[in-house]
Design a protein around this ligand. Structure first.
Ligand code: CA
Length: 225
């Protein structure tokens, strides 16, 4: 059974990034663009998780959260707050949100929170480790292993490698990688993917092992043997 996630967010760009990303991960995603519709869907659809923006037209996110809690709906709530709006985060947790994420965020960060909240709800669904060829990647230790050799990864290296392990033999375009790892708001240097791919190759091939991360010229990268 795929978890059902309700996204209550009035900004179409952000709502779309979340919807597309989570759908691709296999979740069943519903979107509401204001607080009132969000509440209606929360009570009618019984989502497994709610992603709730604080700043909404009409009833705001705090009010939505409060009404859900007052009605004793036990669904985990992940609040999206504006950058630096610390009072919002505190208020969100006070009205019963389980976690919050500050905008702008990278999609992978959102995904990590979503998984954590769903896991807390269903402790038996523990994921991983991911395996491909002689490489394995352990989500709980966030380390890779190859030929019995443990490989430490930085946070970004781990996220990037996990993305490839989730989509083996599939060419990931540079845009897809940017969007998933660095976020839709990414506007920085254009060679950051190349830099991280190089870091990963150096670590994964430290003992002269076969290359697994291949360049598809003009398109992106693929994990294959
Ligand atoms: Ca908003």
């Amino acid at each position: 059974m795929n978890a059902k996630i309700l996204v209550i967010e009035d900004e179409p760009t952000i709502a779309n990034v979340i919807r597309r990303g989570l759908s691709r991960e296999g979740y069943n995603v519903l979107v509401a663009i204001d607080g009132e519709t969000g509440l209606t869907k929360a009570f009618a659809e019984f989502p497994d998780l709610i992603i709730l923006d604080v700043m909404l037209p009409g009833i705001d996110g705090l009010e939505v959260c409060q009404q859900i809690r007052t009605a004793k709906l036990q669904v985990p709530i992940l609040m999206l707050t504006a950058k630096d709006a610390i009072p919002d985060r505190v208020a969100g947790l006070e009205v019963g949100a389980d976690d919050y994420l500050v905008k702008p965020f990278a999609f992978e960060e959102l995904l990590a929170r979503v998984r954590a909240l769903l896991r807390r709800r269903a402790p038996l669904e523990i994921e991983g480790p991911f395996k491909f060829a002689d490489l394995s990647l352990n989500p709980s230790t966030r380390m890779a292993e190859r030929n019995g050799r443990w490989i430490e990864l930085t946070a970004k290296e781990y996220e990037l490698l996990e993305l490839f392990m989730r989509h083996p033999n599939q060419v990931l375009t540079r845009d897809q990688i940017y969007e998933r790892i660095w976020g839709y708001d990414f506007g920085g240097e254009s060679n950051i993917i190349e830099v991280y791919i190089r870091y990963l190759r150096t670590k994964l091939e430290a003992e002269g092992e076969e290359r697994l991360l291949h360049t598809t010229r003009g398109v992106g990268y693929v994990l294959r043997e």
